[in-house]
Design a protein around this ligand. Structure first.
Ligand SMILES: [Zn+2]
Length: 254
């Protein structure tokens, strides 16, 4: 970080500090954060403060966003970048929150070049270089109690990390010490095994992960933080790669 960046960070932290009351009231209600030690919590607060200062939150359909709601989204998003810095979420600025699940209509092109309009109901969506969109009731449902493998905030922000090096494809920029070949082998093998299991209706992991490699990565990130023991038991190599990528070990926290 340059001296100028350090100066501007310390200015934000002084001028836009999150009030103690709001920070502690909200974060004590989030089970995802309960295993963090005090220095991790302090680091998370710093990242959350910068995040809320840098991003623009907009409520859709008349939803009024409170500071508490912003902290709930931002703190859990920043858990994913606890070992990185806030620049990991650079390149986009807006977070749009609907009161509930929202309908999107998109034009899709099939293999024959025929364009049709597809309508889908979503609980969250991440645009490349664009906004993140959430349904507030889904954020609440996933935030206040652990649902193994289900966390819309972790999911959509994982897509944002994945998109740091282009389109979402299941491979975010890896740290220099992480061999790309090991990442590719571990995640591809895990993905292939999941496809087989889904085909033979062997449950366990959310079958949405079998949609494509980008969704696989995002869903594995949900498991990594919400059900690390389950992920380690089913896909130990995927767990190890995510541990190396996030530079965190949620299994050791439980
Ligand atoms: Zn997704």
């Amino acid at each position: 970080m340059s001296w100028f960046e350090r100066l501007s960070v310390s200015w934000v932290l002084r001028k836009h500090a999150l009030p103690d009351h709001d920070w502690f009231e909200v974060t004590r209600k989030l089970p995802l954060l309960s295993g963090l030690n005090s220095s991790e919590k302090a680091r998370l607060r710093l990242l959350t403060t910068l995040f809320i200062h840098q991003k623009v939150f907009s409520g859709a359909q008349g939803l009024e966003l409170t500071l508490e709601m912003k902290i709930i989204i931002a703190a859990q998003a920043c858990l994913e970048i606890l070992a990185f810095n806030i620049a990991a979420f650079d390149g986009w600025s807006e977070i749009i929150v609907y009161p509930s699940t929202f309908r999107v209509e998109r034009e899709t092109e099939n293999e024959f070049g025929i364009i049709s309009t597809e309508s889908r109901i979503l609980s969250g969506e991440a645009w490349t270089k664009g906004p993140l969109v959430f349904a507030w009731d889904e954020v609440e449902r996933d935030s206040f109690q652990i649902r193994e493998g289900h966390h819309v905030v972790l999911h959509e922000f994982a897509h944002k990390l994945d998109m740091l090096n282009g389109r979402a494809n299941g491979m975010p920029p890896l740290h220099p010490e992480m061999p790309v070949s090991e990442w590719t082998r571990s995640l591809s093998e895990g993905y292939e095994r999941l496809l087989e299991r889904v085909e033979h209706c062997h449950g366990g992991i959310n079958p949405y992960a079998a949609t494509n490699p980008a969704e696989y990565f995002a869903v594995m990130c949900e498991y990594f933080f919400t059900a690390p023991a389950l992920l380690f038991e089913r896909y130990p190599d995927v767990y190890r790669q995510l541990k190396a990528y996030f530079q965190q070990d949620p299994l050791a926290r439980n």
